[in-house]
Structure formats: structure tokens, C-alpha cells
Design a protein around this ligand. Structure first.
Ligand SMILES: [Zn+2]
Length: 364
């Protein structure tokens, strides 16, 4: 049997993602853009990369002595090439340097193993996250193989005091409630974006930045607990309200969570607090109550402004249980300095993820 030429896997980027995808690869001397990866037991390869990464992925049909292979090339050079012995359908996973300045992740399947090659699509799910689903792969005997922390945070977007800039910060999701993996889909909607900063508070802290940061963490936490997540935006883009609703209705989400931060009129520094809105239905109320309780728990001293009915477009027009949470007042003496720190935003993200998971536990 002759040599079979590798074929390119289609890369698809979902949603309104920023132009950073279009940048050239990193300079040759940079460290590998591959930050973490895992081949999960459901036959999906998950990747976390640097934010400004352009990937190339290929597959090669089996030849006389090798099974099907899939590989992905990342800019930046790997320090230590290595081989990891596979299990189930996977023979071996290799991390190598195909050429100077690049990293290659190769998955070699056992001979006789097949899946639907036509459905191989490398999907960018956020500016630093990728997914490749091996549709039709028999996952019998398969255990998770991976390296690095997929839930860590690789943003370079957020610049403010008290933030840990280019480093990855670990999000420990083990303590969150457990629900059946793969059963639920959630849409997370970071409020505002792009030319619309939302509320601007003490010290110039902007709602759009705060809620995007929190939303990205909520998404990672939920994904690590087996929840399918769509974000209405993953960067500073202008996004009108109808498309946010359309995304949620189209993907058939089980819950829609819009994340906002408040501003008081005038503004008044003595106004602080947490409030959560739903439009109708006991499920919307339950989702809102669970989130409100958890966010209050991590916001000591911040008043409970309650779970209330609201007529906001995004919770009125979505056709699944929907909520809009206001995580504090950017104009408030108590809330604003806290929301300006990464540590507090991380706590808020945990609280929101916990509220959503508890809602699903109760809704079964
Ligand atoms: Zn808002």
C-alpha cells in the first residue's frame, strides 16, 4: 500500500470571535502555544492554547503498519518531546517538534479503529479553547489522557490592578456540585461589549470587562463539570440583544444566564448589593434563586436586593429558563473595589457556576 497524503481538517470558529485568530504564528523562539490538552472519555479532544493562536490540523488514513493518525500543529516550540501510551482505541499520543518553532500533537489510533473522517472539524469555542470530536469512534476501554489544566485562565485581555496578568490561574472545580456529564447545555451571556461598556464605576472599572471575565470563568467551570456551554460573546465585540437571544433559542439551551454589574444613579457610593431577575415560570425563579443565594454567599456585607421579576429583553425573549444576575454595583463603595480584583471575580464565577449546577440538580 502506498503513502497516503495527509488531509487538512477544517477549522471552524464559532460565534463572533476577535481578529486575533488571524494573526501570524508566534515568533519561532516562543514557548509552545499549547497550554493544556485532554482526550476525554467521550472521544472529544479538548485544547487550551495561548489567546492569539492559529492552529493547523490534519488526519492521515491508515497505512500498512500504522492506524489512523490525527495531528495538530501549534506555533511555539515544545521543550520536551514525549510519548504517552494510549488506551482503548488510542495506540499512542506524541508531542514533538516537527520543525523549528512548532509543536505537534499526534494521536495515533490502533489499527482497525475508524471514525467518521468527514465530520472531523477543529472548532474554536473561545479565543483560547478548541474542540475536536471524533464522531463515531468506539470509546470502549478509553480512559482520559491529558496534560495541563484545561480550566485555567489564559487571558491577556484584562488589565487592572490586582490582576495576575499573563499567567494562568487555576480554577479548582472539584468542589462544585456534580451533575450527569453531557446532559445540559447552558448559554452564558456577558452583558454589553465593544463600544457599549455598560456601567462605568469607581476608578473607571467597566462593566463589560468585569462581566466578560466572570463569564469566561463560569464557562470554563461548567465545561469542566460536563456542561455544554455557548457564550454569546468571548471578546470585546458589539453585540445587539436579539442575536444573544437567537443563539440561546437556536442551540436549545437548558438555561440562559446573562451576567451584568450595576450602577446607581448620580452615582451613590452607599448603594451596593446583589439582585437577580427572571421573567416568568417557576424554573426561571428557581434558577435565579440558586444563583442569587450563591453570589450573596461570596459577597459578605453586600445587601440582598432580592430575586425579582424583570422585563429585560434577553430574559423575556429566550424560550428556556432564563436569568439576569447583577453581581454588584460598580458605583458602590463596597462592591466596586472588590469587583476590580481578580480574586473576587473568581469567587463570583464559582458562585454563579454553583448556582447553575444546583439548579440542574434540583430540576431533575
Ligand atoms: Zn448591564
Amino acid at each position: 500500500m502506498g503513502w497516503v497524503f495527509p488531509r487538512r481538517i477544517v477549522s471552524l470558529i464559532i460565534g463572533s470571535l476577535p481578529s486575533i485568530y488571524l494573526l501570524a504564528p508566534l515568533p519561532a523562539k516562543s514557548a509552545s502555544a499549547l497550554a493544556a490538552w485532554a482526550l476525554e472519555t467521550d472521544g472529544i479532544l479538548q485544547l487550551r492554547t495561548s489567546v492569539d493562536t492559529k492552529l493547523k490540523a490534519y488526519f492521515q488514513s491508515p497505512d500498512f503498519d500504522k492506524g489512523l493518525r490525527v495531528w495538530i500543529d501549534f506555533p511555539g516550540e515544545l521543550i520536551r518531546p514525549r510519548k504517552i501510551i494510549g488506551n482503548g482505541p488510542v495506540k499512542e499520543i506524541r508531542l514533538g517538534k516537527p520543525s523549528k518553532g512548532f509543536t505537534r500533537l499526534v494521536i495515533e489510533f490502533n489499527q482497525g479503529i475508524n471514525f467518521d473522517e468527514s465530520k472531523l472539524i477543529l472548532v474554536g469555542t473561545s479565543p483560547d479553547r478548541w474542540k475536536l470530536d471524533f464522531v463515531g469512534l468506539s470509546t470502549i476501554g478509553m480512559r482520559r489522557i491529558g496534560e495541563g489544566d484545561l480550566t485555567a485562565y489564559s487571558s491577556r485581555r484584562w488589565i487592572n490592578k490586582g490582576n495576575n496578568l499573563s499567567s494562568s490561574v487555576k480554577l479548582h472545580s472539584e468542589s462544585l456540585p456534580t451533575i450527569p456529564r453531557g446532559r445540559y447545555r447552558v448559554v452564558i451571556d456577558p452583558g454589553h461589549g465593544g463600544p457599549d461598556p455598560g456601567a462605568v464605576g469607581i476608578g473607571g472599572v467597566r462593566e463589560t470587562d468585569v462581566v466578560l471575565d466572570v463569564s469566561l470563568m463560569v464557562a470554563r467551570l461548567l465545561e469542566s463539570k460536563g456542561v455544554k456551554v455557548n457564550l454569546t460573546r468571548t471578546s470585546e465585540v458589539d453585540l445587539d440583544l436579539p442575536p444573544r437571544v437567537a443563539i440561546a433559542n437556536r442551540v436549545g439551551a437548558d438555561a440562559f444566564i446573562s451576567i451584568h454589574a450595576n450602577a446607581s444613579r448620580n452615582p451613590r457610593k452607599d448603594v451596593n448589593g446583589i439582585e437577580t431577575f427572571y421573567f416568568s415560570g417557576s424554573k426561571g425563579l428557581s434558577l435565579s434563586s440558586n444563583i442569587q443565594r450563591q453570589v450573596l454567599d461570596v459577597s459578605p456585607g453586600s445587601p440582598d436586593r432580592g430575586v425579582r421579576r424583570g422585563r429585560f429583553f434577553v430574559i423575556r425573549r429566550t424560550n428556556m429558563p432564563a436569568t439576569l444576575v447583577e453581581i454588584g454595583f460598580l458605583t458602590g463603595r463596597l462592591d466596586a473595589p472588590r469587583l476590580s480584583t481578580y480574586q473576587h471575580r473568581r469567587k463570583i464565577a464559582f458562585a454563579i457556576a454553583k448556582g447553575i449546577l444546583k439548579y440542574f440538580q434540583g430540576a431533575r
